[in-house]
Every structure is written in structure tokens, then in C-alpha cells.
Ligand binder design. Sequence first.
Ligand code: PMP
Length: 343
Amino acid sequence: MTISLQPERELQALTSVGNTPLLEIQGLALPQRVSRSRVLLKLESANPGGSIKDRTALSMVQMAEASGELLPGATIVESSSGNTGVGLALIGALTGHPVLIVTSQDISAEKLEALRRYGAEVIFADWEASADSAENPRAVAERMAARIPGAWRPKQFDNAANPDAHYRGTGPEIWRQTGGRLTHFVAAVGTGGTVSGTGAFLKEASSGTVRIIAADPEGSVYSGGEPGRISVDGVGNTWPKELWPSSFNPGVVDEFRRIGNGETYTVLHFLRNRQGLLLGPSSGLALAAARRVAAEAPDGSVIVAIAPDTGRNYLSKAFNPQWLAEQGIQIDPHLPSLPNPAT
Ligand code: PMP
């Protein structure tokens, strides 16, 4: 049976996408000068599938159903490092669409299990393969979709419904939750949907005063530099600029912050040890960037960073000493204090 996403018949799990909490983070070892700045994390792990990508998945499915691109019972075929896949699998399970996800061999065991438990079929592709290779995940997803009659490809990297989910949801929520008082917004960039959609809304709502910061991991080219190995799931890009996804609008970004893996994972472990928050590595990346921004921003700044998903997806990776050692990542047992910026 197919259940359409008409508002009056919307299913409970789908109405619970979005409206996530905003939590103030203290004890960030900031210089004295900025002690009156506030850093808040938007906890997207509160979404039913455990990540911010539930918003994207729901937005893409709703728009495709409305336009007639996605017909009742049709198969959804997407390449995803995991979270969009989980969001689509959850929505597919509730709405009668079979879901096939092309993912990376490096996917965490926990995300893989979640995909399968939601009923998705999973196949693997080479995440490192170049844009013109037949083995890269998007090429594999295209081939698979071509074999399945009526299959629909959400193409999150190329779908306006992705940034739109954040323009309509994440941005207005943050604006409301801060009473319009935020001064900076920080997000890590994968497809760029989050930073582009949320950033565009916040710029408009604040008449351009909110500063938008993109956090970028080691090995990613978004912040400049040579492509290399990326050890933060779901974010960064190693492809040349002409192949950056259309879901990312770099024009919205005022500043890119490149954060080393040691700092990202130290902040991630600080969140677990000192705040009781078990979050994914891209949350550590965004909070590490927010912390640096706070150290330089004027007193009284209100900095909101996105925490895209739960750390339960990464117990075998980010919270596993052996995996950290294999990646050459060293955690500093104390969150190192940041220097006072030159005044
Ligand atoms: N963090 C994680 C864990 C993700 O899976 C993603 C999405 N790939 C992001 C951050 C980045 O979000 P976006 O695609 O909206 O840039």
C-alpha cells in the first residue's frame, strides 16, 4: 500500500522531522575576552533517522511526489555516505517506496546496519573514484537506476529541494530559537545544502549581518589546498571546483575554516566527556570552527553551529581508539585553550 505525503495524512514519524533543540555549550576554554560570547549547537540527531539529512530526504521526496517525478511504489536510488540514505530508507519504508543506496566501503558498520534495518538494499562503490570514473558512486547509482523501470534518482547534489529544506526549516528555526540575535552561523559542507539554504535564509532575515562560516576538514578542497584523505564522514570534497555540487552555493559563505583532524576529534571527545553529548565527527568539526570564531568575534556574539548527527553512528570509528590510531589522529585529553587574539 502506498501512503501519500498529503499533509492531512502525514505519518507521525515524518511530522517529527525538524524542530530540533538548540543547546548552549560551555567550558570551551575560550580567551577571557570573549567570555560573554555564546556558542550554541543545533542537535540534528533529534530527527527520527538520527541526522539532519532526514530534512533533505523528506523535502526531496515531497517535491518529487508533488511534481509527479516520483510515482507511487517507484524505487528510490541514491548515492549517499549514509545519512541521506537512512533518511530515504525511513521515508521509503513508511511510504511504500523500495530504496536502493549506493554507499562507500568505508561506511560505519552502524550506519550500514541502520540502512538495512530500514529495509534498504545497499551496494558499494568507490568513494575515492574520480568524477569521470564509471566506479564513482553517482555513476554506479545512474547505472542501477537505468535498470529499474520507473526508478527515481533524488540526486541530492543537484536537487534544489536539498538547500530548500534548510531555507524553509533549519534557517527559520534558528532565527526563532535565538530571537533573531545570532551573529554567526557555522556548518560543515558535504552537498552544501545545509550551509547554502540556512545561510541564505539567515542572511535575508538579518539584512546581511549574520556571518556564514563553512567548516572544512583536512583533505578537502572547499577551503583551498590539495585534495587528500578525508577522515570526517559526510563532509568535504576532493573534486575540482567546476565539479562542485549545484546544491552548494559558495556565494553564501563569508569565510571557510579549515580544521585539522586532531582538533576536530578532540572537540568531539570533549562533547562526550564534558557535555554528555555523543555526536558525529562533523559536529566536532563545526564546533571546533565555532570555537575559533568565538575566540576572534566581538564580545556578545551569538554563534550557532550545526551538529548533523549522532555519535552512535560512529562507535566503531570516531570513538574507537584503534580506528583513531589507524587514521593517525591524536586526541588531546584536555581541550587546549585558545590564545587571546591580538587586539
Ligand atoms: N555531516 C554529516 C555526518 C553528513 O552526513 C552530512 C551530509 N553529507 C553533512 C554533515 C553535510 O551536510 P550537507 O550535505 O547539507 O552539506
